[in-house]
Design a protein around this ligand. Structure first.
Ligand SMILES: NC(=O)c1ccc(NCc2cccc(O)c2)nc1
Length: 258
């Protein structure tokens, strides 16, 4: 995290810098950039090549399909990225990385900034990872054509945790994965009209009784987690459910079987 005046700086090392526009040109993250809370820079390894063909990849030693990204252009690009933010954490997005979680995003939001390396082809020369990368992160157990989309996912997840970015600070805390709802799925959301296609909004949400509404939302979050993601509920249980949470969950389960 930075003091509230200096922006949280992310430098994306990528062969396709225009992809960063998905963050800088839309929505909450665009507003964070315009407000000076978030800074997204890009560095293209191709600008650090010295041959006429601006070569960034080559055939793998040991044979096999595809190409591997060369160390030298990446090392120079990373050095340039680090120069702008020396204290930044250098992360390589890859299927071999540690899974991205909300807790990880919160930890990274507290750092002075990030340098994100997006690989293409079959990945990068291992010697680059050994020398220049602090940690590897995966956004899920699947392979994409490049690390750019995972990098953008990571930037989005971290950016919304920067104080003031979401505007209504509570909304970050009320997220399904943080605060009281930590490790729970989200509760249902409704807005006008009160009746749509004969389906009415749950009356408790129109009651103005904030304590009843909080309980209803917590019950829904617990119940949906029990239904869709018992693994998450187990994690929550390991941390101990409060008396209220256990009672709400029991009520939800009883209603399901009635
Ligand atoms: N699950 C992820 O976070 C993720 C990240 C990157 C990626 N593609 C680039 C790449 C990079 C390294 C090795 C490799 O095999 C493919 N695909 C999926």
């Amino acid at each position: 995290m930075t003091t509230d005046s200096t922006p949280y700086t992310v430098t994306l090392v990528t062969l396709f810098p225009e992809m960063a526009r998905a963050i800088t040109d839309f929505g909450v993250t665009r507003r964070a950039v315009d407000n000076g809370q978030l800074q997204v820079e890009t560095v293209n390894p191709r600008d650090f090549t010295e041959d006429r063909h601006r070569t960034v990849d080559d055939r793998p030693f040991g044979g096999g399909p595809g190409m591997v990204m060369k160390v030298d252009p990446l090392a120079k690009a990373l050095q340039s990225a680090r120069a702008a933010n020396p204290a930044a954490t250098v992360i390589y997005l890859s299927p071999q990385g540690q899974p991205l979680t909300q807790a990880k995003a919160e930890a990274l939001a507290k750092q002075p900034g990030l340098v994100l390396l997006a690989g293409r082809y079959e990945g990068v020369d291992e010697r680059l990872l050994d020398a220049e990368v602090d940690e590897q992160i995966s956004i899920g157990d699947y392979v994409l054509s490049g690390g750019e989309l995972p990098a953008l996912v990571l930037i989005d997840a971290v950016s919304r945790l920067i104080p003031g970015v979401l505007g209504h600070q509570d909304s970050a805390e009320q997220d399904s994965f943080s605060g009281e709802f930590e490790n729970l799925l989200d509760c249902p959301h409704y807005t006008r009209p009160e009746v749509y296609n004969g389906q009415a909004v749950p009356p408790v949400l129109l009651s103005g009784n904030h304590e009843l509404i909080r309980r209803w939302r917590l019950k829904q979050a617990l119940g949906r987690t029990w239904q869709q993601r018992p693994d998450l509920l187990e994690r929550r249980r390991a941390r101990g459910l409060s008396k209220e949470e256990q009672q709400l969950l029991d009520e939800y389960i009883a209603e399901q079987s009635s």
